[in-house]
Ligand binder design. Structure first.
Ligand code: HEM
Length: 510
């Protein structure tokens, strides 16, 4: 009995010594990090994070703790950056070029693809995608390649206007544009990523859209599942993860078929699918050609290609469609702004289709797009980065393994920078002489080493779709309906499904 008691005391003493050591280490670590709220053991601050609006919880903390603060999130330490200058400084650094240690990035994607890749693999795949997009015409300066990409986007705009006006005629003028946008933007993305399009009612295409839509809703960057491994054991989370993994498997199976088709055509006619300018006319072919040139490279495996295709398809479609949905909703809810866009489009275009060469002459239309991206950041928490080696920021030590959250929401809604930030006022992006302003505090594509690789192509789609849609449509809220401008936060902040009155406009000739 005495021996047993002795062992108990020894065990207790060891436990206490261990706990004291852990507390000392934690305190030392916490002292170096930026200040921030306390959290519960294991859970950290997660119980206080609004599940539906985590960006608002963090923006409120920024008011209390300042532009850089620490939030313990389960097993992950997050440092939140709520000021544009800090975001620029951090994201320009090699030390901050990793991805946060989330289940979403490290568990589901396992470092493959591009969005979640790190180190040499990320550098190689990013260089390839950036070069291929440039060759495809995603550039600012005019030229034959840009014209060809523009024509592909314009086909999508025409398809959207036609399908939404047809639906409007059949439904007393009231349509939810969501599915029409996904269909039209989706086929532009399909043609650029895979080199093919699908008919609107093709079951494979409908399934791909559903997988994408549900997937981005199921797991957001602030979802507790990312930070607490044991939550994956709960039945409802387990079901969601099984659904995601099953969807991923079937999606990759479909990609394998597409890849086999494109690969079989590559050898026999190497330039058959070219755009006439000597470069592949889609990203899949560009990747396959590079892989044929570098058979020994560890980065060119079919597994990596499937993850990369999913990244490109998802990143391009979800963000672009979501921005355009917010734009239609805010324009419908703001008739004065809409009237001014219509006046500008009619005066400059006189009824012909908008092109990229018209951008400079349409500053208010451009300002309307930018104001949409400001007032409803599509990625309100930004896309978090991971710190890959110890660094310092604003005098604080940020250790390797920290998650960096570039809080776009706080930056885009900062009342010090934006007068009455809750109001939709495109004119805030115009100088006194009505030329377009590009304020530093506007960072929808983030900044630095990992800044959105598709930004040029995205700006092109946003401009051509917005100008083309608004030129042809008069939008308003159906009688008795109030605009719901809150949104639902998954990986992106999306509007809730909402039908709008969409009436075809009579175009005024110049
Ligand atoms: C309105 C449209 C878009 C918005 C608002 C947007 C926003 C963003 C943001 C905030 C990031 C994170 C950057 C970082 O981690 O620092 C990102 C990354 C990325 N975006 Fe976009 N994006 C858009 C369209 C596109 C398009 C059209 C593509 C197609 C190629 C694309 C592909 C990617 C990829 C592959 C990454 C990961 C880059 C990397 O990790 O190196 N995005 N985007």
């Amino acid at each position: 009995m005495k021996k047993f008691e002795g062992q108990m005391w020894l065990l207790l003493a060891l436990l206490l010594a261990g706990a004291a050591l852990a507390l000392r280490l934690w305190l030392r670590r916490a002292r170096d990090l930026p200040p921030g709220p306390w959290g519960l053991p294991v859970l950290g601050y997660l119980p206080w994070l609004d599940r539906l609006r985590p960006h608002e919880t963090l923006a409120a903390l920024a008011l209390r703790y300042g532009p850089i603060f620490t939030v313990p999130m389960g097993g992950v330490t997050a440092v939140v950056l709520a000021e544009e200058a800090l975001v620029r400084t951090a994201l320009a650094r090699e030390a901050c070029s990793g991805r946060a240690p989330l289940y979403l990035t490290h568990g589901l994607m396992q470092g493959h693809g591009l969005i979640c890749a790190e180190g040499p693999m990320w550098r190689d795949q990013r260089r390839l995608v950036a070069a291929a997009l440039k060759n495809l015409g995603a550039v600012r300066s005019p030229g034959p390649r840009r014209d060809r990409l523009q024509e592909r986007v314009c086909r999508g705009v025409r398809a959207f206007v036609q399908s939404v006006t047809e639906a409007s005629r059949q439904q007393d003028g009231v349509v939810d544009p969501h599915a029409h946008l996904t269909e039209a933007v989706g086929n532009v993305v399909n043609s650029v990523v895979f080199g093919r399009t699908w008919a609107p009612d093709d079951p494979t295409w409908l399934w791909l859209q559903r997988i994408q839509d549900e997937g981005t809703k199921l797991i957001g960057v602030a979802g507790a599942i990312n930070f607490l491994p044991f939550l994956r054991l709960l039945p409802q989370n387990g079901r969601a993860i099984r659904w995601l993994k099953e969807g991923q498997r079937s999606q990759h199976g479909l990609y394998a078929e597409l890849v086999a088709e494109v690969r079989s055509g590559l050898g026999e006619a190497d330039d058959q699918d070219d755009d006439g300018c000597g470069a592949p006319d889609n990203l899949l072919t560009a990747w396959l050609r590079e892989s044929a040139r570098r058979p020994d490279s560890p980065f060119y495996t079919d597994r990596q290609l499937h993850y990369l295709l999913a990244d490109l398809f998802g990143a391009a479609l979800d963000t672009t469609v979501t921005t355009l949905r917010w734009l239609l909703l805010f324009v419908a809810a703001n008739p004065v702004a809409q009237e001014r866009v219509h006046r500008e489009l009619d005066a400059v275009l006189g009824g012909r289709e908008p092109t990229l060469d018209d951008q400079a002459a349409l500053p208010y239309t451009q300002a309307t797009i930018m104001e949409t991206q400001r007032i409803r950041s599509v990625t309100p928490l930004g896309i978090p980065h991971g710190v890959v080696e110890d660094t310092t920021l604003d005098g604080f030590r940020i250790p390797k393994g920290t998650m960096l959250v570039p809080l776009q929401w706080a930056i885009h809604m900062d009342p010090q920078r934006w007068d009455r930030p809750d109001e939709f006022r495109p004119e805030r992006f115009l100088a006194e002489d009505e030329t377009l302003l590009r304020p530093d505090g506007f960072i929808p594509f983030q900044t630095g080493k990992r800044m959105c690789v598709g930004d040029e192509w995205a700006r092109m789609m946003l401009f051509l779709f917005s100008a083309g849609m608004l030129q042809r449509l008069q939008l308003s809220l159906p009688d008795g309906v109030e605009a719901d401008l809150e949104g639902v936060c998954g990986i992106t902040l999306t509007p809730k499904d909402q039908a709008l009155r969409c009436v075809e406009r009579q175009l005024r000739k110049k």
